[in-house]
Design a protein around this ligand. Structure first.
Ligand code: SF4
Length: 361
C-alpha cells in the first residue's frame, strides 16, 4: 500500500525542480575578526577563515549581480567573525540594500553605529538586524563572550572589554530611536542564549523584561555544539522541559520567540546527502564560495567550489565541481555534518521527501 500525500509531493517537486543558480539565500562573511569577543560557545571557535586579499564592498556587490534576479535573502554574518569588522561595512550593506533584495544582519552590536545605521535604514526592501546579546547580567556578559577584563581595543578611542555591553545596549537603543524617527521598516531582534546558569524561568522573565522595550522580537534558544564537537557550555538536565516551560510562560507575549527545536545540541546523522547546498551559498571575506555558512573556515576548505575574483559567480553556480557535490556522501566525501539548525532541518525534511518520492515507479 502507498500513502500518497499531494502536499508533500508538491514540496518535493518544488525542491527538486529548481535550477542550481536559483538561490534562496546568499550569506556574506565580510569580517576579518571579532573585536575582543572570543565566545567559548561560538560555532567556529578557534577556526580560521581562508587567507587572501579581502573583497571590497563593490566586489561583493558585483557577485550579487549574478543572482539578484532570483531575489535571494542576503545574510551578513560570520561563523567565526563579526561582519561589521569589514573595512567598509556600511558600503557592503549599501551594496545589498540598493539591489532591493531582503537583508538580514547578524551582529554582536559593538559596531552598530554611525554610517552602518544609515545604510541599514536606507531602502525599502525587507531588512532585519539581530543583535546577539546572549546575557543580560553585565558580569555574565563578559564571561559568556570570553572578554578579558584587562583587554582594550587597539587604535584611537579603543573600548575596554568592561564597557562592551553598555556600548552594545546604547547602540541598540540609538538604532531603534533613529529607525522609529525615520519610520524605516527594519525589524530589530535581540538573541538570548540559554545555559545552565541563566535558564530558570525567573532569569528568563527578568531578561525579557529588561530588553523588551529595545527590540521588536526577542529570540531565545539553547546553543548548538561547536563545529569542533565541543559542547557550547554547561546545560540544564532537561533542556526540552525548560523550553516547554518558557513557551507556556511567554505564550501571550508577541515579542518572544522560543526556538523550540534547540533542546538537543548534537547534530542529526540521518541524512546522507546535503540538499541544503542546492538553495544557498556562502561567500567568505576573500571571495571563496562555500555550500553553507558553517564550513566557510580552513578545516573545510575542500568544500569551496571557487572564488568570485577568479570566476564569475554565475558560472561557479553551474560548475561541474558544485553539481558533483550535490551527490556527495556527507560523511565520507564532504566530511562536514556540522549544519546549523536551519540547514539541518532542511536536510532532514528533504531526505524524508526523497525517501517517499524518489522511488522507481
Ligand atoms: S555542514 Fe551540513 S549544510 Fe553544510 S555542507 Fe555539510 S551537510 Fe551541507
Amino acid at each position: 500500500m502507498d500513502n500518497f500525500d499531494y502536499a508533500q509531493h508538491f514540496y518535493h517537486k518544488l525542491a527538486t525542480a529548481r535550477g542550481p543558480s536559483c538561490l534562496l539565500q546568499v550569506e556574506l562573511h565580510p569580517g576579518p575578526h571579532c573585536d575582543l569577543y572570543q565566545c567559548p560557545h561560538c560555532y567556529g571557535h578557534g577556526q580560521l577563515t581562508l587567507p587572501g586579499q579581502p573583497l571590497t564592498a563593490a566586489e561583493f556587490g558585483a557577485a550579487l549581480d549574478d543572482v539578484v534576479e532570483f531575489a535571494p535573502t542576503v545574510i551578513m554574518s560570520g561563523v567565526t567573525t563579526e561582519p561589521l569588522t569589514h573595512a567598509e561595512p556600511a558600503a557592503v550593506i549599501a551594496e545589498v540594500r540598493r539591489r532591493g533584495v531582503p537583508l538580514g544582519l547578524y551582529t554582536k552590536g559593538r559596531r552598530l553605529e554611525g554610517d552602518v545605521v544609515d545604510a541599514l535604514l536606507e531602502g525599502s526592501g525587507e531588512c532585519f538586524v539581530t543583535v546577539s546579546i546572549d546575557e543580560v547580567d553585565p558580569g555574565a556578559y563578559i564571561a559568556r563572550h570570553g572578554l578579558r577584563m584587562a583587554s582594550t581595543e587597539k587604535g584611537p578611542g579603543g573600548l575596554s572589554a568592561v564597557d562592551y555591553q553598555q556600548r552594545v545596549l546604547d547602540n541598540v537603543r540609538a538604532f531603534k530611536a533613529r529607525r522609529d524617527a525615520r519610520g524605516a521598516a527594519v525589524e530589530l531582534r535581540i538573541a538570548l542564549l540559554l545555559f545552565a546558569e541563566n535558564s530558570d524561568e525567573r532569569a528568563a522573565v527578568e531578561a525579557v523584561g529588561s530588553l523588551a522595550d529595545l527590540a521588536d522580537r526577542l529570540r531565545i534558544a539553547f546553543p548548538q555544539n561547536r563545529n569542533d564537537g565541543q559542547p557550547a557550555g554547561a546545560m540544564p538536565g532537561d533542556t526540552a522541559g525548560v523550553l516547554d516551560g518558557l513557551r507556556r510562560r511567554f505564550a501571550g507575549n508577541p515579542k518572544v520567540r522560543i526556538l523550540h527545536d534547540t533542546a538537543k545540541p548534537v547534530r542529526n546523522a540521518e541524512f546522507i546527502r546535503c540538499r541544503a547546498q542546492r538553495f544557498q551559498i556562502t561567500i567568505d571575506r576573500c571571495g571563496n564560495v562555500f555550500p553553507c555558512p558553517q564550513v566557510a573556515v580552513q578545516p573545510y576548505r575542500h568544500l569551496s567550489f571557487g572564488n568570485v575574483r577568479e570566476q564569475p559567480l554565475r558560472s561557479l553556480l553551474r560548475s561541474p565541481r558544485r553539481l558533483a557535490m550535490f551527490e556527495w556522501d556527507v560523511d565520507s566525501q564532504m566530511r562536514c555534518r556540522i549544519c546549523d539548525r536551519k540547514d539541518e532541518a532542511v536536510n532532514v525534511a528533504l531526505a524524508e521527501l526523497s525517501r517517499a518520492f524518489d522511488r522507481p515507479a
